[in-house]
Ligand binder design. Sequence first.
Ligand code: COA
Length: 316
Amino acid sequence: MPQIPDNVRGARFIGWGTSLGHTTVTNDDLSKTMDTNDEWIRERTGIHRRHIGGSTAEMSIASGRAAIEMAGIDPLTIDALVLATTTPDRTVPATSATVQHALGLRCGAFDVNAACSGFVYAMITAHGLIAMGSQRILVIGTDSLSRIVDWTDRNTAILFADGSGAAVLERTTGHGQMLGWDLDADGSAEEILYSEVGGFVHMDGKEVFRRAVRIMVDSAQKSMAAAGVTADQLNVVVPHQANIRIITSACDKLGVPMEKVAVVVHETGNTSSASIPLALFGDFGQVRAKDGDLVLMVGFGAGMTAASAVVRWNAQ
Ligand code: COA
C-alpha cells in the first residue's frame, strides 16, 4: 500500500464542471421498445432516467471548459490533460487530443481506460504529475456508453448512459488534499463485463454485482488505512454510480450511513468514467463537500478495476 511522503508537492481542486448527454430517456421510454418497466428498473437499480447523446469529445469539451472557467485560469497554464474514458471517439488518436485542441491547451494529453474506475485512476495520475513538478492538470472523466449498448438488450440498456465531469487540479504549498489512495485490477474477471472493438457491451450482471461490493469495500479500506482515517471520520462518500443496491450494500459494509453518500444514479444511470465527478460536482448545482471535509471516492468497473482515494477537501 503506497504511503504519500510528508514532503510531497500536493494539489487541490480549483474548478470543476459537468455535462450530460443531450436527450433524456425515462424508464417508460425504454419499456416502449423492450420487455421492461419503470417499477422493475427503479427497484433493481435505483435508476429513474438517464441522458444519452453526444460524443466523448463534445461532452469533455463542455465539462472541461466549465472547469477552466470556474478556475479562472488561462488554458495555456495547464500542463497536462488526462482524459478517463472507455468509449474514445476513435481508436487513434486518443480523444484527449481532440479535446486539448478545442480547449486551446498547449500541453501533453492522453487517455486513461480503467472503465468505471477511470476518473479516480486519472485523478491519482494527475497528483503524481504534480508531485513531479507540474503546476496545473485538467482531469476529465467522460463516457458515451449509449454507443456501445445494444438497445434491444434489456440486461444492459437499462443501466448505461452518457456524461462527463472535469476538474482542474493545481499545485499547492504543502501536502495538499490527497491523504491516501489505492488502485487495483483483476484481469481474470475480464469475461464478466466486456465489449469487443466495434461491438456491444456484454455483462454477467449477477457476477458483477457480487464482486463489485467486495472490491469497493476492499479498495476503500486500503485508502482509509493509507490515509490513517476510519469510516466514522468521513464526511462525504462518492461511490461509482452503477446501481443503488451496490452503493447501499458497500456503504453498509463500510459502516457509512447513506446521508453521507453522494447519489445521482437515479438521474444519470451508469456513466462509467463520468459517474464519480457527476456525483461529486454535478449534484444539480451543489458540490457535496465543504472545506475541511474528509471525502472518500471509490470506483469499480470492467477489468475488474477498483480505485479509491481519501482527500481533505480544500477548494477555497
Ligand atoms: N426488466 C424487467 N425484468 C427483468 C429485466 C428487466 N430489464 N432484467 C431481468 N428481468 C427479470 C428476469 O427475467 C428475472 O425474472 P424471473 O425471476 O421471472 O426469472 C428477474 O427479472 C430477475 O432477474 P435477474 O437477472 O436475477 O435480476 P438482478 O436482480 O440480478 O438484476 C441487474 C439485474 C443487471 C440490475 C443486476 O444484476 C446488476 O445491477 N448487476 C450489476 C451490473 C453493473 O453494475 N454493471 C456495471 C458495473 S460498472
